[in-house]
Ligand binder design. Structure first.
Ligand SMILES: NC(=O)c1ccc[n+]([C@@H]2O[C@H](COP(=O)([O-])OP(=O)(O)OC[C@H]3O[C@@H](n4cnc5c(N)ncnc54)[C@H](OP(=O)(O)O)[C@@H]3O)[C@@H](O)[C@H]2O)c1
Length: 322
């Protein structure tokens, strides 16, 4: 009997040590301030985005968060102001599932704001099977085409504020699929549509770096880690309980999840890895098929056609304001 108890305790301790090691993450140690800088974080109402907003507002940046939901946006805004002790935080309405909403947003933002130093493409939907208002698969539309159009329409502002940065939040599940150019709107198995959209994030950040390095724009993709947040809320009660137990064992906090995003927003070390992929506050190697710059370019061109961005972004914005 004593033997059984001893073995059980030993296994439990080993399991806890293993879990601690599995969950341990680096934190951003760069204390650089961001006074005078403007930061736009898409979807800063919860999770990684909200934690990042708090951290960057604490460093003195003027921070914008966005949401498709006025009330959620206002609540998050109060929370971020309280936690950061900064009043220099704003909320703007933006629905990334609607291309017109993105165009209206960029028109307003560029009219009212003189600069944009750091753009964080953070918003995202989990693995869902749905369609956007423009008829794209929800994951591909919101997770890739939305940030693609937004970044392009804000490019002149980023160039004017150079050296500037664009950080696109992806996931390490990007490495499993390949893109099927005959069916970019693939919408059959939820997890696969999500993985493909996160692969598109990595290609997007690479091609953005290729095209804009000479303009002083740094671009990278970040895997935040597996973060325990509100993403299970849309599922059934039973599934949420199971997920709660699972996530509290294996997932990290939103604070920990935000660290690599903050690191890429402030650290000068990252600048030598333009177009790179970061996880746990360090650059990471990509699988060979994800390093294919030909695919990144092809995706860029296909995305331009899909969002109707065939003219230059400057002409595009000018056309809207007429
Ligand atoms: N959580 C993880 O384990 C994990 C792992 C790897 C990668 N990631 C990535 O990390 C990023 C942040 O994830 P998170 O876990 O912090 O997610 P989250 O807490 O669910 O936050 C997602 C944000 O996206 C916004 N959003 C969703 N749909 C939108 C739409 N149509 N238009 C505008 N905004 C929209 C939400 O804003 P509103 O609903 O207020 O509009 C919310 O602020 C995502 O890109 C995600 O794919 C997360």
């Amino acid at each position: 009997m004593t033997m059984y108890v001893l073995v059980t305790v030993l296994v439990a301790v080993l399991l806890m040590l293993l879990l601690r090691r599995f969950k341990s993450r680096r934190i951003c140690l760069d204390a650089k301030r961001l006074d005078g800088k403007t930061v736009l974080i898409t979807g800063g109402t919860s999770g990684v985005g909200r934690e990042t907003a708090i951290a960057l507002a604490k460093r003195g940046a003027r921070v914008f968060i966005t949401s498709q939901d006025e009330q959620k946006g206002e609540e998050a805004l109060q929370h971020i102001k309280r936690e950061s002790n900064s009043l220099n935080v704003r909320f703007l309405n933006l629905n990334m599932a609607n291309l017109q909403s993105i165009r209206n947003f960029c028109q307003e933002f560029t009219k009212n704001e003189k600069r944009l130093d750091i753009l964080i493409n953070n918003e995202g939907v989990p693995a869902v099977l749905d369609w956007t208002e423009n008829g794209f698969s929800m994951c591909f539309g919101v997770n890739h085409l939305g940030p693609f159009l937004l970044t392009n329409l804000l490019l002149e502002h980023l160039k004017r504020s150079a050296p500037s940065r664009v950080i696109t939040v992806t996931s390490n599940v990007h490495k499993y699929p390949k893109l099927d150019f005959a069916d970019l709107n693939y919408n059959i198995v939820p997890l696969f549509t999500y993985c493909r959209s996160k692969l598109a994030n990595v290609y997007f950040s690479q091609e953005l770096a290729q095209q804009n390095e000479r303009h002083g724009i740094f671009s990278c993709a970040v895997h935040p880690g597996y973060v325990a947040d509100d993403w299970t809320l849309q599922f059934s009660f039973l599934f949420r309980i199971v997920m709660y137990i699972f996530t509290s064992m294996f997932f990290i906090s939103c604070h920990a999840g935000a660290q690599t995003v903050i690191h890429c927003a402030v650290s000068d070390e990252v600048l030598q890895h333009n177009g790179g992929y970061f996880s746990d506050c360090k650059p990471c190697k990509l699988r060979p098929h994800v390093q294919d710059l030909g695919i990144a370019k092809k995706l860029w061109e296909a995305s331009e056609t899909m969002v109707g961005l065939t003219s230059s972004p400057r002409q595009h914005l000018a056309a809207q304001t007429k």
